[in-house]
Design a protein around this ligand. Structure first.
Ligand code: DAS
Length: 356
């Protein structure tokens, strides 16, 4: 074969490989990983340290490099939005993250978004994004209970599964999801139910589905309004009001409620026992604060499935109170924070708590 023919043949093979790899790359979804910190980016001193470690240490590029298999499910790139433990999240962090997610979701070259996050407030961030980001593209929040430096670390598989779901067409339109420990949960429903095991997250109404070895298995959809069907839009929200949670059991007094009012809270989530019950001793101060325009929202710290019933033991209509329905106190705070950017009318707020 002449030298020229060999050169032509080599050129042909090279361009064929280029075209086919570009074609394969195009068939793979484009997934962006937004890193915020947490245990999934944590590092411990020894492989036996599954619970003693520093969160928010490993940068996003190292997380991605640590899982070469990601490249077989998606074209992945990372952005380091924050590097914090999630208990340190503020309303300002939620706004910044929400606006970045919305901007990426608008891009035609982005098919799905993964957010690596601490487990402590995953449920709050995921619910916030579910309320304010107008896209039907998959948005998946992922965390881990053990740092990547520990034996049987869970972060690697959680992140691989999260990228798989975020790149899946069948994950579109399901609202913001949380992928942990093979489960796909709704960001609205899921909560951290156990402090120290990899099966830490629970949804009172059950998961949306499972992801196993890169395949999604769906069992239900979220019935509540979310994402493209939400009346709230992060593009129009530039500040979030102060909403506080007062945890109440027996022997409760009004100190926290008065302090929250003094600090400028626009609403107080009463995290009551049972059906969001309110001590008789509290009613006068709640009436006083309501009279000053502060919304009182009854939620329950009992929350393994069930909901606070309006006008059951507590005369909500008479006192002009709101019930948080099935939302736990921390989720009720997120919804109240978002809802109060649009209205302070009790009836409108109660509608919102029933619909979202
Ligand atoms: N402190 C926890 C957090 O950042 C660590 C974790 O579990 O991710 O939420």
């Amino acid at each position: 074969m002449s030298h020229k023919t060999v050169k032509q043949w080599a050129l042909f093979v090279f361009s064929a490989v280029l075209i086919s790899s570009a074609a394969i790359a195009q068939t793979k979804p484009n997934v962006v990983i937004l890193a915020t910190g947490g245990t999934i980016a944590g590092a411990g001193a020894d492989v036996t340290n599954s619970a003693t470690y520093q969160a928010a240490k490993v940068p996003v590029d190292k997380l991605i490099a640590g899982i070469p298999q990601l490249g077989s499910v998606a074209n992945v790139r990372g952005e380091q939005v924050f590097q914090i433990a999630s208990e340190s999240f503020t309303n300002a962090n939620l706004l910044t993250l929400g606006k970045r997610v919305a901007a990426l979701a608008r891009q035609d070259d982005v098919d799905g978004i993964v957010i690596t996050h601490g487990t402590d407030t995953t449920e709050e961030t995921a619910y916030f994004l579910n309320l304010v980001v107008h896209t039907d593209k998959p948005i998946v929040v992922v965390a881990s209970m053990r740092p990547g430096t520990a034996m049987s670390a869970d972060g690697m598989l959680n992140l691989y599964s999260a990228v798989t779901v975020a790149g899946s067409k069948d994950a579109r339109g399901r609202g913001v999801m949380v992928v942990m420990n093979d489960e796909i949960d709704s960001g609205r429903d899921v909560t951290k139910a156990v402090n120290n095991k990899v099966e830490a997250f629970r949804s009172p109404w059950g998961p949306l589905g499972f992801v196993v070895e890169g395949k999604n298995y769906w069992f239900r959809r979220l019935d509540k309004r979310h994402t493209v069907n939400s009346e709230f839009d992060i593009e129009k929200i530039n500040a979030l009001p102060l909403v506080e949670i007062a945890y109440a059991g027996g022997n409760v007094d009004d100190v926290a409620y008065r302090a929250f009012a003094k600090a400028g809270a626009k609403a107080i989530i009463h995290a009551g026992p049972g059906n969001g019950s309110v001590s008789g001793a509290l009613v006068p101060v709640l009436q006083e604060l309501r009279g000053k325009g502060i919304q009182i929202i009854r939620s329950s710290h009992v929350n393994a499935g069930g909901f606070v019933l309006r006008n059951a033991e507590q005369p909500d209509d008479k006192y002009d109170w709101i019930v948080a329905h099935d939302l736990n106190p921390q989720k009720a705070r997120i919804l109240a924070t978002v809802a109060l950017t649009a209205t302070s009318d009790t009836k409108e707020l109660q509608r919102i708590f029933m619909e979202y």
